[in-house]
Design a protein around this ligand. Sequence first.
Ligand SMILES: Cc1cc2nc3c(=O)[nH]c(=O)nc-3n(C[C@H](O)[C@H](O)[C@H](O)COP(=O)(O)O)c2cc1C
Length: 410
Amino acid sequence: MTDLPHQPPDRLASDPLAAEPTTDPELPADAVESTAVDLPGAKPRAAAHHPTMQLQAEQVETLPDMDDRKAEHLRVSLDDRVQRPGRGNGLGAYQFDPLSLPELDLDQVDTSCVLLGKRLRAPILVGAMTGGTAEAGAVNRILAEAAERCGVGFCLGSQRPMLGLSGDAVRSFQMRDVAPTTLLLGNLGAIQVRDHCSGKDLERLAMAVGADGMFVHLNPLQEAIQPEGDRDWRGVFDALGEVAASCALPVLVKEVGAGLSAATLQRLRLLGIAGVETAGVGGTSWAFIEALRHRGRTPQAIAGEVLADFGTCTADSLVLARSAFANRVVIASGGLRDGLEVAKCIALGASACALAAPLLRAARHGVDAVAAGLAGIIETLRITMFLVGAPDILQLSRTPIVRVAPGHLG
Ligand SMILES: Cc1cc2nc3c(=O)[nH]c(=O)nc-3n(C[C@H](O)[C@H](O)[C@H](O)COP(=O)(O)O)c2cc1C
């Protein structure tokens, strides 16, 4: 896969949301103090994005020793090396036909939409990321408050810690005081659903945080590379079917960065789920995050490096998801970084788009920084809509978009 024209290898460095390292007092030390470039032994950026880059034993060995997996995930996900712009999210292969006579008033262009019964100011969600510790709760509050201010949706990270019933863990997911009107979606891993949850349990997890629906995430690649990961995935499909049928709230299924493939989508469409989120290849690589968490060049760490881009890219996963789920919610995600990419996804069939890692980066600077990042994305979306003659999201979804280069499928 060649680098895409609008996604230079060093894209993250010029990403308007990729804020510089900070000592912002609003965020907990674990989430704030270090970035990739601060990690002892971290490689310079250009080398980090080289496709043949190998993990060096001394680098992984010098990663900070942290007991808490959540804190470690927050920290390692900020490492530039886990972003995968090299292969790309596939959207660079698509282009709009711009109009020089749009016949629209830019100020009248309406970016709002309705998703799962709630009106959003733009078809955007803060992707599922965290919760479970006081630090993670602080990050959630920043993200949730920014989502409320900007009128976009907000997704909690895995609520697995709530299965242990600790008060602190529960509080780190409770965001309704700062996000009373936001579309808020809960989250649990498919293995926890199989092992611990009925549809009613999933409903209770949602109710405890005031969620409007629940994501169940599929992450077999991440679990396979994770030092303490779940390796037995038998029975997951049947468990998903059971909870989808018995949970009163909408249940959606998502990947976490390897993308939902054609074969997976064909199976998922048989379930009574409300929709899917692609979380395709092209953004945060959980195989690579987990590889970085190994101490030394273990067999699993090597596999994580080799499989860092394994899966279905976001554009391909989106097109496949929309054809499999003609009338259900399809959320595009995985390496989405700007409003033009959001516009392309809507034209390719997305109901909405989720962004995770770039908003976590902005969150290191507090609510204003996240809100400013979201505002930039929404304004870019609005101007793109103006330039393609789409007065609203429905028209944007019907706007032709052409494939100008072969994607990962073709
Ligand atoms: C720090 C961090 C934690 C995440 N935790 C979860 C999680 O608990 N549950 C989940 O479904 N996805 C989780 N994700 C995956 C994201 O929701 C998203 O699918 C993925 O990162 C791709 O989007 P991105 O390229 O915009 O980061 C996490 C992502 C990040 C960066």
